[in-house]
Design a protein around this ligand. Structure first.
Ligand code: 2AM
Ligand code: CA
Length: 268
């Protein structure tokens, strides 16, 4: 049985608490698909309710910590060096369409560094968790990134920009470069789960641009503790500010980064 610190226990318990109602709400979405109005309003309420539960539970356990949340934004506590960075429902579009691929993501940033992360996928009861220096876990099992080093054997994940995003040409150039040399590219619609799956060795690499801090905060510490590398696509280390992320196992970071940057040069 893997040892969970008091901090991880607090984060895991909050995620489990919020997930109960979220799962019940997911069951309701199927019924609402056929209604004229559709489930959109219902889902935004489910999202907000999950966030309120996380805020309440984490404040109860650590009353002074600050928050950065997808729905409510910044909530400044008396302790500003500890910040919970939270996405109560990552994969909202999946949830809205009745696709069982979504997660709750809770990261803890301390003095501008990611200290701990929990990503919970309630449909499969998969709890990914990591604390700096303590390794990464899936439920009670230690996880590690894959050992693949050949692009042609590797499976990658990414996120496809949607209506309103401005980076479509760049994305198409990236996709063309990676799909021509790899074993495939997947797009499942939850950046948090893409990072968790990378940490578990299911994907060998992941890239995306235009993300928000809450999409990646927990995932960054989980991937690093699983032995993976995380930077921006440019190689810099300001992912949370730029929204650009390149995360891989420990062997593919240079080749995937070079491939993406070269593809970008061709179109600019
Ligand atoms: P969300 O589900 O919390 O919105 C997938 O590419 C990533 O982009 C997800 O983590 C998703 O987080 C985020 N994203 C933000 N806005 C989106 C949108 N309108 N459509 C799809 N994904 C979006
Ligand atoms: Ca998100």
């Amino acid at each position: 049985m893997a040892h969970r610190s008091a901090l991880i226990n607090v984060m895991v318990a909050a995620a489990q608490k919020a997930s109960r109602k979220l799962l019940r709400d997911f069951g309701e979405v199927e019924n609402l698909q056929v209604s004229k109005k559709g489930p959109a309003d219902f889902v935004s309420t489910a999202d907000k309710t999950a966030e309120n539960t996380l805020h309440y539970e984490l404040t109860k356990a650590r009353p002074k910590y600050s928050f950065l949340m997808e729905e409510s934004g910044e909530v400044v506590g008396s302790d500003t060096s500890n910040v919970w960075i939270i996405d109560p429902l990552d994969g909202t579009t999946n949830f809205l369409h009745g696709l069982p691929h979504f997660a709750i993501s809770i990261g803890l940033q301390r003095d501008s560094e990611m200290l701990a992360g929990v990503i919970y996928e309630p449909v499969h009861d998969e709890m990914y968790w990591a604390e700096k220096g303590q390794g990464a876990h899936l439920n009670d099992r230690r996880i590690r990134v894959s050992a693949r080093s050949k692009m042609e054997e590797s499976l990658f994940a990414t996120g496809i920009p949607f209506k309103g995003a401005r980076n479509h040409p760049e994305f198409l150039a990236h996709l063309e470069a990676v799909m021509s040399v790899s074993s495939g590219v997947r797009r499942f619609g939850s950046a948090a789960l893409d990072l968790a799956y990378l940490a578990a060795g299911r994907y060998d690499g992941f890239w995306e641009t235009g993300l928000s801090p809450w999409d990646m905060a927990a995932g960054i510490v989980i991937v690093r503790e699983a032995g993976g590398y995380v930077t921006e696509i440019s190689g810099k280390n300001k992912m949370m500010q730029s929204g650009s992320i390149l995360a891989t196992n420990d062997r593919l970071h240079s080749p995937l980064g070079k491939l993406l940057r070269d593809a970008q040069k061709e179109i600019s």
